[in-house]
Design a protein around this ligand. Sequence first.
Ligand code: UDP
Length: 232
Amino acid sequence: MSKRPDGRKVDEMRDIEAKVGVIEEADGSAMFRIGNTIAVAGVYGPKKVVPRHLEDPEKAILKCYYDMYSFSVPERKRPGPDRRSIELSMVIKNALAPAIFLKEYPKTQIEVFVSIIQADAGTRCAAISAAAMALADAGIAMKDMVAAVAAGHVNGEVVIDLNKEEEDIEGTSDIPMAYMPRTKKITLLQLDGKLPNDKLKAVMELGTKSCEAVYEVEKKALKEKYTPAESE
Ligand code: UDP
């Protein structure tokens, strides 16, 4: 029984695909696709801080840049940074920072660029998952991975991974979540819309369970790059 526009069950995410090592010139990179939302992340560093007076003698500075391409959405997005991309860059940075041993790299900066080449809702979460894999690919010391997906409340039901069509339904609430699966800590929790109090527990449970599933996809993609092929 499903009321979802694309026929999914309430606890069913869209089809997910992940690949590590997609940008030759980056120190680490990854692609994460969930349904029609595609994020590509490139990590550069740890490297020298420019300008130098901004360096922190205690730890690395983490810089994140989120960019949604003009052609990623049906109605052309004006190119370049805007309020939304500045906010999402900050949100993504805050979701990733707790997972990184920044103190291992004093006086340096780590740059994370995430490009959304196709958007059908859930781009901040796809960006976080792509960036976490790219950081691991860059060999940055991490205490945990970060996996992200948005839960929501649509037509009175708690659902996972809303697409744009569902996001646009009257009364929908969107709850993006990022989660560190080993330490079981939430590093991003936002709420756009209203959520009845008695639904919060179900949202948190479905969200964390789904982040665990995203984590399995991330691990598989990393292993695919780093496990040597069996010789014949
Ligand atoms: N969107 C759009 N044009 C814009 C910004 C967003 O079409 O300028 C669409 C896009 O599909 C995006 C969705 O609206 O994924 C939801 O955007 P939101 O700001 O809620 O963040 P997201 O769900 O992508 O993390």
